[in-house]
Design a binder for this molecule. Structure first.
Ligand code: APR
Length: 238
């Protein structure tokens, strides 16, 4: 499958955080079953009704900061793999929660941004942000108000660090996708980029994703079980 000098790229989605108590998007009780993307997750929505968009992310930020929400064994397994893997390693997450960081992951790209950060539309500064955000919120850098947005990539916007991600995919020997439905591009196309570059591609998910047939191998079950088991197999073989 991969020798210990090989390079690993991992993509995670909302499913890896489900057992930590955070909702997914497209499961039957998921976020998009209650709220419309067009009302809260596009630049047009923010232009039309900023307080509604702030309200949506304020509720999710408060949920993430609930002390009951902690990294689960899947997050911890990926952090251990990063620490112990001798070859190149990159974790790309679509998630905007900070559970990978809190589990100890460092070689990490948040391609869809981060819920606990704010970007100022006046001065461009990105700041840590852990409280509710609204039109009255003041930019910590320039002091302006009515100028902050959550540092999250909305539909129609370009995800972050795509060049670095494709560079890693084109050089990887193992691509592992965990807890994503494979519905949203460009992330849903990463398996093809990695496979075209000769990587062995593996899907770990609760159930087959939209792109399941594109993977060389798949294991299904809760991330907190299948991810630690897969990581153990890699580390035992070093
Ligand atoms: N363990 C593993 N997988 C799980 C678990 C679990 N406990 N629970 C759910 N899943 C799987 C679901 O079967 C589904 O395939 O996680 C996947 C979650 O899919 P989505 O809800 O579509 O989330 P995601 O793929 O991360 O969405 C991608 O869409 O809305 C945008 O920007 C948002 O980053 C998000 C992107």
């Amino acid at each position: 499958m991969i020798d210990s000098k090989g390079s690993i790229v991992i993509l995670t989605g909302a499913g890896i955080s489900r057992e930590s108590g955070l909702e997914t998007f497209r499961d039957k009780d998921g976020i998009w079953s209650r709220v419309s993307v067009d009302e809260v997750a596009t630049p047009e929505a923010f232009e039309r009704d900023p307080e509604k968009v702030h309200g949506f992310y304020n509720a999710r930020r408060r949920g993430l900061l609930d002390p009951a929400v902690q990294p689960n064994p899947a997050h911890l397994a990926l952090a251990e793999l990063e620490r112990r893997w001798p070859g190149e390693f990159l974790l790309v997450t679509q998630n905007i929660d900070d559970l990978h960081e809190r589990a100890g992951s460092e070689k990490l790209i948040h391609m869809h941004g981060e819920l606990l950060k704010a970007r100022c539309l006046s001065c461009g500064e990105v700041s840590a942000w852990r409280e509710d955000m609204g039109l009255e919120s003041r930019c910590p850098a320039c002091g302006e108000t009515a100028c902050l947005r959550v540092e999250v990539v909305w539909f129609g916007e370009m995800p972050f660090e795509m060049e670095a991600i494709y560079d890693a995919l084109e050089a990887c020997d193992l691509f592992l996708s965990i807890g994503t439905s494979g519905n949203v591009y460009p992330a849903a196309g990463f398996v093809q980029a990695a496979g075209a570059a000769g990587a062995w591609t593996v899907e770990l998910n609760l159930e087959p994703s939209a792109g399941h047939s594109l993977f060389d191998e798949a294991r299904y079950g809760p991330a907190s079980e299948v991810a630690p088991a897969f990581v153990k197999g890699l580390l035992d073989a070093i």
